[in-house]
Write a protein that binds this ligand. Structure first.
Ligand SMILES: [Zn+2]
Length: 247
């Protein structure tokens, strides 16, 4: 049993998962509220293209935030980074993709401290600049050796993904999660998972989706393994950022 932030977990629980969902599938995310509450799962939604979100959408995101979920930043235009950086500087990426997105999100009541790169394309130098604006950055996609994506319960700055949550679209069997959750229980630590659409939302790329039933199976399995389910920011530095922690 944790507090709303899931930081102070009774019994000093050291193993868990950060479930993250990317892009703009607000309807399906919102429809999973009861399911997340039922399993005491607090997750992170990485929102991209915030200028396209209407007032109703912001109201949904504010409700999700009130439930204890985290709303993170996933850039202004979801640009292909390789192409963007072939034409612009790292600083341009901050000016065009980060600053305006943060402004819109904060104007709409979002408390944003985490960032996820689109397409899992990251640059270490850019992460350095991003850490002026965020306390946690999610960089690469699924790691070939899952044990390499197990992180301490707090104090991280950048993390890679241990596995995906697009179960239904990508046909991921329960054994995929069993393997990863067993490693987390065995070694201790947190794994970050990434999905996209949930429930009824049908993304343009059909693989990027997970039905509520398939999501519930993952949540139940995490509970069975005694894994807490926390937003990504909680495995960063508590309250203040890396830079400020060093100051
Ligand atoms: Zn994305």
């Amino acid at each position: 049993m944790g507090n709303a932030d899931g930081i102070a977990v009774e019994g000093g629980q050291k193993s868990g998962i950060c479930l993250t969902f990317d892009d703009w599938f607000l309807r399906g995310w919102y429809g999973a509220r009861d399911l997340f509450n039922q399993y005491d799962a607090k997750v992170t939604f990485f929102v991209g293209k915030p200028d396209a979100i209407k007032e109703k959408g912001w109201a949904k995101l504010r409700d999700l935030q009130s439930d204890g979920h985290e709303i993170g930043c996933h850039t202004m235009t979801h640009a292909r980074q390789t192409k963007f950086l072939s034409e612009h500087s790292f600083q341009d990426y901050i000016t065009k993709e980060i600053v305006p997105a943060l402004k819109i999100m904060r104007e709409n009541g979002m408390k944003v401290t985490s960032f996820a790169y689109p397409y899992f394309k990251y640059r270490p130098q850019l992460t350095g600049l991003l850490l002026d604006h965020f306390t946690m950055v999610r960089e690469a996609g699924e790691q070939a050796i899952p044990v390499h994506a197990i992180y301490p319960a707090k104090g991280n700055v950048n993390v890679n993904v241990m596995g995906y949550l697009d179960r239904t679209g990508a046909d991921l069997p329960v054994s995929y999660y069993e393997e990863r959750f067993s490693l987390l229980s065995k070694y201790g630590g947190f794994g970050v998972f990434c999905g996209h659409a949930l429930g009824p939302d049908q993304p343009k790329y059909a693989r990027m989706t997970c039905s509520y039933d398939d999501l519930e199976e993952v949540l139940a399995l995490a509970r069975k393994h005694g894994l807490s389910m926390r937003p990504m920011r909680t495995i960063g530095f508590p309250k203040w950022g890396f830079r400020r922690a060093l100051a």
